[in-house]
Design a protein around this ligand. Structure first.
Ligand SMILES: Cc1cc2nc3c(=O)[nH]c(=O)nc-3n(C[C@H](O)[C@H](O)[C@H](O)COP(=O)(O)OP(=O)(O)OC[C@H]3O[C@@H](n4cnc5c(N)ncnc54)[C@H](O)[C@@H]3O)c2cc1C
Ligand SMILES: *[C@@H]1O[C@H](CO)[C@@H](O)[C@H](O)[C@H]1NC(C)=O
Length: 426
């Protein structure tokens, strides 16, 4: 066997870290995966604990990585929850034929994947990466600082791939008057079940899968649920298929008497506000001297959401395009592209060209009126992006079936709305 090409650190053993490690291994790189928890799977490992600050504002709180709750089922059809050459098998449980898999099944898929490709032995569990910085006389090495069960250490690598996930750091909406609003507030990151909402009047902010799923779940025990969204397309009325859920526009303000006033003119008295307003990217360990930064949820500059041009190819990010309709497929192709670039089988354009491409993309978003915080959300351009990645990685185009399912599911959600897309919950 030929000696390994590069020594590469992978941060995190979730979907992104596992897919990356497998691809790097296939390209003969030497891989170490650092995982701060005791288990692989990231988001898909259920953690019953919640944070001391239900909004996640206190910087001194103990951070809980997981945002998942027991009843969660995937919001994508199972065909979109696998990798292009390692499909999400439906044989895992004989009784499991549902289109949207349970979270347990997704975890089983990831454990099976890691075992099959010999990835488990590459993981250093309970090892939190606390520092990633470029060092060395020629500035071409990377130091990874670690905290392992209270002990600190460092290790040197040729390259680092950041796969730390981004569904941990709550993103909040600012509500005028919230400082004096007397009710309870919680972010979906700390939601673990409907019990605390029993007999309560709840305002849910957001219109993503979590807002929809959690509203439906709490509506079974809560007195009333008001879903507030900035989406201009929503119909301001009671849902016709649930007795106690109303849709409203954005919140105008909240008052010290418990009132919540919506921009559509309605106002109610509520006990709890639940923010399903998403998450912020957060790389607390990255010391890049400002070369890579996060600005209103734009991680940049990143060439094709993966490589910061100035530090490429030895620093890269996997899974930044997470709101795609085929996140696993995108993650896997990003991982394969990185592995090929690091082994010299794929080439990146010169730094200036990558920068120009990024500027052009930002300009395109601006012209289309797409806000900065949607820089990494891929909608209809997903197919094109996936095929581009596949071709850079020297692979065949993404399977037509995957594209077809992703497109038809995307269109279904756009047409029918997210409520109907979760019909099985109604
Ligand atoms: C409630 C919820 C539902 C979702 N449903 C779906 C769905 O149905 N379909 C879908 O495709 N996607 C879904 N997602 C998106 C989901 O995030 C992705 O599917 C996927 O899990 C992302 O994988 P990841 O590896 O990027 O991140 P994660 O799964 O978050 O894994 C990151 C890993 O990195 C580790 N880590 C973080 N920081 C450090 C550090 N400093 N040092 C060492 N280790 C570290 C963490 O412990 C974790 O194990 C959902 C997300 C949430 C929150
Ligand atoms: C990336 O790492 C390799 C191996 O250590 C090194 O030869 C190369 O110079 C590095 N590239 C950059 C841009 O630092």
């Amino acid at each position: 066997m030929s000696p390994p090409l590069l020594k590469v650190a992978v941060i995190g053993a979730g979907v992104a870290g596992l897919a990356t490690a497998r691809s790097l291994k296939l390209e003969q790189h030497q891989v170490v995966i650092y995982e701060k928890s005791g288990q692989l799977g990231g988001t898909w490992v259920y953690d019953p604990r919640t944070e001391s600050d239900p909004l996640g504002l206190d910087p001194n709180r103990e951070i809980i990585h997981g945002s998942m709750y027991p009843s969660l089922r995937a919001n994508l059809p199972r065909q979109l929850m696998g990798f292009s050459d390692y499909p999400f098998s439906s044989k895992i449980r004989n009784d499991e034929f549902r289109t949207f898999p349970s979270h347990e099944e997704v975890l089983q898929f990831l454990i099976g994947f890691a075992e099959e490709f010999g990835l488990v032995d590459l993981i250093r569990f309970e090892s939190e990466v606390v520092r990633v910085e470029r060092v060395g006389l020629r500035n071409d090495e990377w130091v990874v600082g670690l905290r392992t069960q209270g002990r600190s250490s460092e290790e040197i690598f040729d390259a680092v791939v950041v796969c730390n996930g981004h569904n941990t750091q709550p993103r909040l909406a600012h509500l005028p008057g919230i400082e004096r609003w007397p009710g309870k507030q919680i972010h979906s990151h700390n939601y673990r079940g409907p019990e605390p909402f029993t007999d309560q009047i709840v305002v849910v902010i957001g219109y993503g899968p979590s807002a929809i799923d959690i509203s439906l779940e709490i509506s079974k025990v809560a007195k009333e649920v008001y879903v507030s969204s900035r989406d201009p397309g929503i119909k301001i009325s009671k849902l016709d298929f649930v007795d106690n859920i109303w849709q409203h526009s954005k919140i105008d303000c909240v008052n010290e008497n418990g009132e919540v006033a919506f921009q559509d003119g309605a106002s109610i008295h509520a006990n709890i506000i639940l923010y399903c307003t998403g998450f912020n990217f957060h790389f607390p360990f990255l010391k890049s001297d400002g070369i890579v930064s996060v600005d209103d949820n734009r991680v940049g500059p990143l060439y094709k959401h993966v490589f910061p041009p100035k530090l490429a190819p030895n620093l890269s990010f996997v899974g930044i395009t997470n709101r795609a309709f085929a996140a696993f497929v995108a993650i896997d192709l990003q991982a394969k592209w990185i592995a090929k670039v690091l082994s010299g089988k794929a080439n990146l354009p010169p730094e200036e060209e990558m920068m120009a491409e990024i500027e052009q993309y930002y300009q395109h978003l601006k012209e289309k009126g797409i806000p900065k915080h949607h820089t990494h959300s891929l909608g209809p351009q997903l197919d094109e992006y996936l095929d581009w990645l596949a071709s850079e990685a020297g692979l065949a185009e993404v399977d037509e079936e995957i594209k077809l399912i992703s497109k038809s599911y995307f269109n279904f959600v756009i047409d029918k709305g997210l409520w109907r897309a979760r019909e099985w919950e109604l």
